[in-house]
Design a binder for this molecule. Structure first.
Ligand SMILES: [Ca+2]
Ligand SMILES: [Ca+2]
Ligand SMILES: [Ca+2]
Ligand SMILES: [Ca+2]
Length: 504
């Protein structure tokens, strides 16, 4: 086995912020402790009370039983976020199940700004698992389940939040008509984004963008999967609305013309009881690119006229089965039903919906699955039109997955479809760590490290590689400030990324 070592040395021009505090919280801690690793606090509330902008709170794994809401209202800023993270490699469960059902019994009352929350499981609150009214927050790799109203609900002017790699499932209110998986609804602000999230078996809708008291707000969804909403945890139908992505709407006929502008890319709606992609009287613009609907009561539904200035576009879409109801004003371009191509189960690597709940990768990203991914030879491949998303081959594929032509072979699904990128070790690190990757085919490879704003800070490896060989690259963050960095390897027409945590 060949081994490559690259010792890095570089200078960053960015100002390195002052060293900031790290506090620990553990189920068996004490709030009279100093909050160190060996003498942790017991409650998040205590850790928040002593933190200042830029600090990090690390929650040890295990179960925390909570009987009242956790309220977070401190405000960071763009250069000094607060961090509320699971301790690396551990998974804390915040269990609010002993709370009675009540509108005031949310799990998190989150009005803070510029927080980054990562790696928490939030269960059983008497209302929302998290009610987010703050702005510019990042909620990452969290799950919200069995809450007695919507899992993660944004409202109260919440704007510019990013929800990434989160799951919301089995949320159900007693009447079934309120609990969605995720919602940016009612009086929500603008500029919120969901990336890589999944919502399933919530009693009302998977996502809900219904407005009341807000107008002209914009919400973006990328690579989100919504399935089996309108069914309860036990699989029986709920008495709620049962839609996948409810894109907007406002009161019964939306006489106020509330406009929720939605951009939805690479999303899947499967098996929702009523509608998959649902306008719900939304009067605003809806742009759906490379989305896939299958097995919903109705896959796509956009019927009601929009405001004059707004428009609806569905491009590069797939429907397995009848596509549904799209009115004549909806601009439809290169969809499986408009080209047309014949779309059958044979077009996909798999139609086994159980794959949708496969475990996430260690960094929280969605599992790589064959469900509704075009199989080799499918006429969905390269049948699309360039709509601004990256693609392989001559043209974009139709639907939620872009697949390199030779990668996903129905007969031998164990063949790696992409370069394999391993989690760096150690992680967190200070200042050195090792990154390993295995190319799936011979050629060239490039390993880059970027910060969370996407700025490239280093290129630890670039060169020719051999398929199947494990490459080992040493990376030093000696001149970097503490924080999360993304490392990505590009090889054989594929890219894989993971995150690592530098703690100085
Ligand atoms: Ca409802
Ligand atoms: Ca709803
Ligand atoms: Ca076909
Ligand atoms: Ca393609």
């Amino acid at each position: 086995m060949r081994t490559f070592l690259a010792i890095t040395a570089f200078v960053l021009t960015a100002v390195v912020p002052a060293r900031t505090g790290v506090y620990h919280v553990a189920p068996d801690g004490l709030d009279t402790n100093p909050g160190t690793l060996v003498q942790p606090f017991k409650t998040i509330t205590k850790a928040v009370s002593v933190s200042v902008a830029g600090d990090t709170i690390l929650l040890r794994g295990g179960s925390y039983t909570l009987t009242s809401p956790v309220s977070i209202s401190k405000k960071g800023n763009a250069s000094a976020r607060y961090h509320l993270f699971a301790y690396p490699g551990e998974r804390p469960l915040l269990d609010f199940s002993s709370m009675p059902v009540s509108g005031s019994n949310r799990g998190f009352n989150f009005s803070g700004h510029y927080w980054h929350v990562r790696g928490l499981d939030v269960k059983g609150a008497g209302d929302n698992g998290m009610n987010l009214s703050g702005s510019n927050n990042v909620i990452e790799f969290c799950s919200f389940f069995e809450n007695r109203d919507t899992g993660l609900q944004m409202g109260g002017g919440a704007s510019n939040n990013t929800v990434i790699n989160c799951d919301a499932y089995y949320n159900a209110d007693p009447g079934n008509g309120n609990a969605d998986g995720f919602a940016a609804k009612l009086d929500v602000g603008t500029g919120n984004t969901f990336v890589g999230c999944r919502a399933w078996q919530n009693s009302d809708d998977g996502w809900d963008g219904y407005l009341r008291g807000a107008n002209d707000v914009r919400t973006t969804y990328d690579r989100c999967w919504v399935f089996r909403n309108g069914y309860l945890k036990d699989g029986s139908p709920s008495s709620g609305n049962g839609n996948g992505f409810k894109m907007g709407g406002g009161d019964t006929s939306n006489v106020s013309n509330w406009a929720h502008h939605v951009t939805m890319t690479r999303c899947i709606a499967y098996g929702n009881r009523v509608k998959g992609f649902d306008q719900n009287n939304n009067a605003g613009s809806m742009v759906l690119i490379n989305c896939t609907g299958y097995g919903n009561g109705t896959n796509y539904s956009i019927i009601r006229p929009l405001r004059a200035a707004d428009s609806a576009v569905v491009t590069n879409g797939v429907s397995l089965g009848i596509h549904g109801s799209l009115n004549g004003f909806v601009r439809q371009d290169h969809n499986s039903w408009t080209i047309p191509v014949e779309t059958t189960e044979q077009d996909f690597v798999s139609v086994d919906a159980a794959l949708l709940t496969a475990p996430r990768a260690a960094d929280g990203s969605l599992p790589e699955i064959g469900f509704l991914r075009p199989a080799q030879g499918s006429d969905l491949i390269d049948a699309g039109i360039d709509a601004g998303l990256p693609f392989f081959g001559a043209a974009p594929d139709l639907g939620a997955f872009e697949t390199e032509y030779t990668s996903w072979v129905r007969e031998s699904p164990s063949v790696p479809a992409a370069v394999t990128l391993h989690q760096n070790h150690p992680n967190p690190f200070n200042p050195e760590t090792v990154i390993e990757f295995v190319p799936h085919r011979s050629g060239d490879a490039v390993l880059t490290v970027t910060d969370m704003l996407g700025r490239r800070v280093e290129e630890p490896f670039r060169g020719p590689v051999t398929a199947g060989v494990r490459y080992r690259v040493r990376f030093s963050g000696r001149d970097l400030s503490s924080g999360v960095y993304l490392y990505s390897v590009r090889s054989g027409g594929t890219v894989q990324s993971r995150r690592m945590l530098l703690m100085r």
